[in-house]
Design a protein. Structure first.
Length: 298
């Protein structure tokens, strides 16, 4: 039977108290590393004039999105790990799903835009500054955020218009697939919409990344000197690492085969791109980037 829901109960990751305390310490450490790492990236890019170019502009936007994305999940998750009552008000749940989905979607579009930036840098180095001018970079960043928020708005509306049978969510946060399972009615339409959304948000940027890197690899192979090839590929390795990490986890979650244990798998993979990926991104970009390390030393 349909019920009016004023709040949701989140089951979280574990019901064992000792496990929850251990997870609290682990996730708090990861969250603090995420905050420090992304804020540091933003400060370095802002303060060092050598980092004022399109590649680092997109990296600063990515760090800002990661920072906001982590804050949409982590504080509530940490609070619930030490709380007996793991509840969230209805409208807070709606807002959390909307913001996290919007920022997550925007990140994939941003990774696609960053792949295009690397393509221009490697394949058209002499025209790089002309092609990747300020207005284009701002337009691409705004377009990525606009597309992410538009997708999230539509998906949030059709998700919370469904009549709900109960209010217990088997997740650590309000997430689309977990909320859909509470519905009293047939959700075939919503599943189709999630699939279409997943294709647009995940696969289209993924195709752009693949196209860009096919062209990049072809251009690198045409460079005669080994040093030149190494330098050209070195400018792409950090981005490629982040792309494989983020796209791989999300494709596995949303487009992979369903199974009886899919809910638990979804929670663990969601935890990866909600907390682990935003923590690793600044580390990957800083440790594998000589210019960022030089700015940090300076």
């Amino acid at each position: 039977t349909q019920t009016w829901v004023s709040e949701f109960i989140l089951l979280g990751l574990s019901s064992d108290w000792e496990t929850q305390v251990f997870l609290f310490i682990l996730f708090l450490t990861m969250y603090l590393v995420t905050l420090v790492g992304n804020v540091l990236i933003l400060l370095l890019i802002r303060l060092d004039s050598r980092l004022h170019n399109p590649m680092y502009f997109f990296l600063s936007v990515l760090s800002f999105v990661d920072l906001c994305y982590s804050n949409s999940f982590a504080p509530q998750m940490l609070t619930h790990l030490l709380s007996a009552q793991k509840s969230i008000p209805f409208y807070s749940c709606v807002l959390q799903l909307f913001i996290s989905l919007a920022l997550g979607s925007s990140e994939f579009f941003l990774l696609g835009a960053m792949a295009y930036d690397r393509y221009v840098a490697v394949c058209h180095p002499l025209h790089y500054t002309v092609i990747m001018h300020g207005r284009l970079c701002l337009g691409l960043a705004a377009g990525c955020l606009g597309a992410g928020f538009t997708n999230s708005l539509m998906e949030t509306i059709i998700t919370f218009r469904l009549p709900l049978c109960h209010n217990v969510i088997n997740h650590f946060a309000c997430e689309t697939l977990a909320v859909l399972r509470l519905a009293c009615v047939d959700i075939s339409f919503n599943k189709v919409m999630v699939a279409i959304s997943g294709f647009l948000v995940i696969m289209l940027p993924c195709f752009l990344v693949l196209f860009s890197y096919v062209r990049i690899v072809a251009a690198i192979l045409n460079i005669r000197s080994a040093q030149g090839r190494s330098k050209a590929f070195g400018t792409c390795t950090s981005h490629l690492t982040v792309v494989c990490m983020c796209f791989g986890a999300t494709i596995f979650t949303y487009l992979g085969p369903r199974s009886a244990s899919s809910e638990e798998v979804e929670k663990r993979v969601a935890l990866f791109y909600a907390l682990v990926a935003p923590m690793l991104n600044p580390l990957i970009y800083s440790l594998r980037n000589k210019e960022v390390m030089a700015a940090l030393r300076k």
